[in-house]
Design a protein around this ligand. Structure first.
Ligand code: TRP
Length: 343
C-alpha cells in the first residue's frame, strides 16, 4: 500500500472506509513508568486498531522547561520510542514521530499565534500555575503549539487527561477561528477521555518521574520489589493484625489493576487484619512483575536494535510529513499565501 491508499483506506478489494484520526503527544521524558503505561499507552495501543494514529514526541514542547539543557533529548526520545514499541504500538498502524522533524508544526504554530489573544492564553490554568517559574514567550504559547500539533493532522480525537481538556478546547477554537476567517480547512478536534485507572506513586502523590515516586517499566523484578516495599499504605495499619482500609491505600489501587480478583482476595483480609502489608505487597510484586514481563523482554530486545528503533521514527516522520504537507497546502491556499502556485 502506498501512502495515499493508506490515508484513504482504499485498496483494490476493500471499499473506501473513512477512519477518524487520533493524535496524541507526550514530552520526551525518557523511559516510561507504569503510570504512563496504564494512563496512556495501553489506551493508544487499543485505539490504533480503529483510528489512524499519530504519536508525536513533542521535543519542542520540552524546550519550554528545559531550553538550556537539551543534551539528553536524543537519548530520552530513543528510550521513549523503545517503550512505545515494547508496550505494543505497532509502527504499521501508528506513526510514531518526533515533532521537530516535521517543520510544519512550527509554521502552523506561527499562523495560529495570530488568531488568539495574549490575555486568553495567560488566563489558562496551566500558565497561571507555572508563570512565576516559566515566563517565556514560548511557554505562554505552549497551548498554541499543541493546537498546531493536533490540527496539522486534522485529528478528530485527542486522548488526554482531564488536565489537558482546556488545551483541546483551545485547539477546537483555533480550528473554528481559522475556518471562519479564511475557509474550512480544519476539522474541530475533541478530547477523548477514557476510564483510566489512577496509578499512585510510592508517596501517594500522582506517579511522576520528577517526583521520583515511580515504577519504571525498565526496572528489574528485584527493583520493582524494592520500590513496592517502600510504598505508602494506610497509615492506621501499623502492625500485621491491625485492620486496614484498602480504599485509601495506594498499594490497593495498583492491585485493582494487576490483581484480577483483588476485591475478593485482597480487600476483605486487609480490612479484618488477616493480611498484613508485607504479604499484600508480595502478592502485588508477583502480579505486577508478571504483567510487565513481556514488555520488559521486548524492551531488552529493542535496545539491541537501535537502528530499527530509529527507522521506525523515520517511517513515522515520513507518514506524518506527508499528511502535514497536505494540510499546510490547504492552509496556504485558504490564506491566499501560496504565491508561486499557478491557478
Ligand atoms: N501538553 C501535553 C502534555 O503536557 C503534551 C502535548 C503536546 C500533547 N502536544 C500534544 C498532547 C498534542 C496531545 C496532543 O501532556
Amino acid at each position: 500500500m502506498n501512502n495515499t491508499e493508506k490515508e484513504t483506506g482504499r485498496s483494490e478489494t476493500a471499499p473506501v472506509v473513512k477512519k477518524e484520526t487520533i493524535l496524541s503527544g507526550m514530552q520526551p521524558t525518557g523511559s516510561l513508568h507504569i503510570g504512563n503505561l496504564e494512563g496512556a499507552l495501553r489506551n493508544w495501543v487499543r485505539l490504533q486498531d480503529e483510528y489512524w494514529m499519530y504519536c508525536c514526541i513533542v521535543d519542542w514542547h520540552a524546550l519550554t522547561a528545559e531550553y538550556d539543557d537539551t543534551r539528553a533529548f536524543k537519548e530520552k526520545i530513543f528510550q521513549m520510542a523503545v517503550d512505545y514499541l515494547a508496550a505494543g504500538l505497532d509502527p504499521d498502524k501508528c506513526a510514531v514521530f518526533i515533532q521537530s522533524e516535521v517543520k510544519e508544526h512550527a509554521e502552523l504554530h506561527l499562523i495560529f499565534s495570530m488568531l488568539i489573544s495574549v490575555p486568553t492564553l495567560s488566563r489558562l490554568p496551566t500558565y497561571q500555575e507555572k508563570k512565576d517559574r516559566l515566563d517565556s514567550y514560548g511557554f505562554l504559547g505552549y497551548p498554541v503549539l499543541q493546537a498546531a500539533d493536533i490540527c496539522l493532522y486534522n485529528a478528530n480525537k485527542v486522548p488526554v487527561g482531564k488536565d489537558q481538556e482546556k488545551h483541546v478546547w483551545l485547539a477546537n477554537d483555533l480550528a473554528k477561528k481559522f475556518n471562519s476567517t479564511y475557509r474550512k480547512v480544519f476539522v474541530e478536534p475533541e478530547a477523548l477521555f477514557t476510564d483510566i485507572p489512577m496509578i499512585p506513586g510510592s508517596d501517594n502523590r500522582k506517579m511522576s518521574k520528577s517526583y521520583g515516586n515511580h515504577i519504571p517499566l525498565e526496572a528489574t523484578e528485584k527493583e520493582t520489589e524494592n520500590i513496592l516495599k517502600k510504598y505508602y499504605t494506610d497509615p492506621a495499619k501499623v502492625y500485621k493484625g491491625d485492620p486496614g482500609n484498602p480504599d485509601i491505600c495506594p498499594v490497593y489501587l495498583i492491585h485493582r489493576v494487576y490483581t484480577a480478583d483483588a476485591a475478593d482476595i485482597i480487600a476483605p483480609p486487609c480490612r479484618t487484619g488477616e493480611l498484613g502489608c508485607v504479604d499484600c505487597k508480595k502478592i502485588l510484586t508477583k502480579n505486577l512483575n508478571a504483567a510487565l514481563h513481556p514488555i520488559r523482554e521486548r524492551r531488552l530486545e529493542l535496545l539491541k536494535q537501535p537502528d530499527y528503533v530509529w527507522s521506525v521514527l523515520e517511517t513515522g516522520r515520513e507518514r506524518a510529513h506527508h499528511r502535514a504537507q497536505n494540510v499546510m497546502e490547504k492552509v496556504r491556499d485558504a490564506m491566499k499565501m501560496n504565491y508561486r502556485k499557478k491557478k
